[in-house]
Design a protein around this ligand. Structure first.
Ligand code: ZN
Length: 352
């Protein structure tokens, strides 16, 4: 991560400490000193900008920093204008799939939902396990698939932390590669959507409070037209990143994965919207207390899907190279539709 505004980093640290989340979000205590305090100490002795504000302190934040660097490179390649020193993207328990902009000193503080990263990873992993892929049979049957998904959604609804679901086995081979590509594309979209707001100078319309199991955090709401615009630009950022990665890649093994990476770039953004839709539908059936955290602050995820998918299809149609097969997003939607009637009672049992 490049240099960031010191005041912006402080705004984030203040939020983390207010909710007592230092250990969960920044890193463990070392020698009696919390990582947040150590960063704070370093910040005291630096100038206006500070390099690598949060890196090396939390594994998940490190992963997020990599995605942020990719989104920023893609944004520059598209000619989007922003001052990276005044944008900080950091983890927070939001209880929502979407990333949000939050009030902060000296720039744009983007909070990425910690639970959303877990939901994306775990549900896609279950999908990979449940599907025949690359000529290999499915690893789990329908009942196991429903059970595993129900564990993940119930942990999200109850604790805001899908990682509390029973641990899933590791994937290998092409399944592991595809999971990585999809999860990274989805994360880039969550971040890219917020960068679109920043670069587009979309006005803040109002503020709302997002509640999760761990916190209640104030965030900005925006015009719905700007939300649709941010989806479109966010997806373009994911596709631009894919083009940059493909052009820079020397690894012959990667060349064979270009098709997969291309499919993942089309699918990741749609999967974020699909997860939001599934959570809305589950909540509609189960009436989960405290969910959704801010129902009216974004357009309905189904409408966002309908608006975004033609944009992605068109983008691929415009490319010189033949488009990859693009049935995965629709396939994932049908996968959830097919499981839904069994998934609802399974989640209900776990929440009882
Ligand atoms: Zn937005």
């Amino acid at each position: 991560m490049s240099r960031r505004s010191r005041r912006l980093v402080r705004s984030y640290l203040a939020l983390v400490q207010r909710d007592g989340l230092s250990a969960a979000l920044i890193g463990p205590e070392v020698g009696g000193h919390g990582a947040a305090e150590r960063i704070r100490g370093i910040l005291e002795s630096t100038d206006e900008y500070y390099a690598d504000p949060l890196s090396g302190l939390s594994t998940l934040q490190d992963v997020l920093d990599q995605r942020v660097a990719e989104v920023e490179a893609a944004a520059r390649s598209m000619g989007l204008r922003f001052d990276a020193r005044h944008v900080l993207t950091a983890l927070y328990p939001l209880g929502d799939v979407n990333a949000w902009g939050a009030p902060a000193n000296s720039g744009d503080l983007i909070l990425v939902s910690r639970g959303a990263l877990g939901l994306t990873f775990l549900t896609l992993k279950i999908n990979m396990m449940s599907a025949q892929m690359f000529g290999e049979p499915a690893l789990i049957d329908r009942a196991q698939t429903v059970g595993a998904l129900a564990d993940v959604f119930a942990a999200h609804f109850r604790h805001g932390d899908p990682w509390r679901a029973p641990r899933l086995p590791s994937l290998t081979g092409h399944r592991a590669v595809m999971l990585d590509l999809l999860v990274n594309a989805a994360a880039r979209f969550m971040i890219g959507h917020e960068y679109a707001h920043v670069a587009g100078r979309h006005p803040h319309v109002d503020r709302t409070t997002l509640k999760s199991a761990d916190s209640a955090v104030e965030v900005y709401t925006r015009l719905w037209d700007d939300e649709f615009d941010a989806d479109r630009v966010g997806a373009h950022l994911v596709l631009a990143d894919q083009r940059l990665a493909a052009a820079a890649e020397q690894d012959p093994h990667f060349v064979r994965r270009h098709g997969l990476a291309s499919v993942a770039a089309a699918t990741g953004p749609m999967y974020v919207l699909l997860l939001d839709l599934v959570l809305h539908e589950l909540d509609g059936e189960l009436k989960v207390t405290g969910y959704p955290p801010a129902a009216t602050a974004h357009p309905h995820p189904g409408k966002r899907w309908d608006a975004l998918w033609p944009v992605i299809e068109q983008e691929y149609a415009n490319q010189a190279s033949p488009p990859p097969p693009l049935e995965l997003p629709g396939g994932l939607m049908r996968w959830f539709e097919n499981l839904f009637t069994d998934l609802v009672p399974a989640v209900r049992d776990r929440l009882a």
